[in-house]
Write a protein that binds this ligand. Structure first.
Ligand code: RTP
Ligand code: MG
Length: 140
């Protein structure tokens, strides 16, 4: 399997509880390398664009308001099979269904405030990385 990059967000519930280091430690322990990272405040427009695929879903409005409720940390993670590996490390969307040892099992507060985002395909990873980072900000 080839080295791959995925896009990650530490969501506002994680930054609010000062968990960025603890979550980053999980990525690093499991073999993912943080090759780009910055702390930003998402605007409503950014959150609506980023989660555009969910705009017809009943939870869309709440999700946008949650994602803009405080700072987030956007990241590029690199490693073998990084997209699938990160989804595994994150665990199920709903922490009630997340496996032991996953980030969402360890840290998530609810199905919405679930601490992390990770791209769900290599194609989406490329689009999401390009939305938040310039090429020179990623150093592998
Ligand atoms: P993400 O996109 O953030 O990595 O999470 P995911 O793939 O595991 O879940 P997805 O279905 O893409 O949903 C995106 C985010 O929307 C919030 N959500 N709320 N209230 C609800 O029923 C509900 N369902 C989803 C979560 O923050 C979820 O991560
Ligand atoms: Mg998703």
């Amino acid at each position: 399997m080839a080295t791959e990059r995925t896009f990650s967000i530490l969501k506002p519930d994680a930054t609010r509880r000062n968990l960025t280091g603890k979550i980053n430690a999980v990525f690093e322990e499991k073999g993912l390398r943080i090759v780009a990272q910055k702390r930003i405040q998402m605007t409503q427009e950014m959150a609506e664009t980023f989660y555009g695929v969910h705009k017809e879903r009943p939870f869309f409005k709440d999700l946008v308001s949650f994602m803009t409720s405080g700072p987030v940390v956007v990241q590029v993670l690199e490693g073998e099979d990084a997209v699938a590996k990160n989804r595994e490390i994150m665990g199920a969307t709903n922490p009630a269904n997340a496996a032991e040892g996953t980030i969402r099992k360890l840290f998530a507060e609810s199905i919405e405030a679930n601490s992390v985002h990770g791209s769900d395909s290599p194609e989406n990873a490329a689009t999401e990385i390009a939305y938040f980072f310039a090429g020179h900000e990623i150093v592998g």
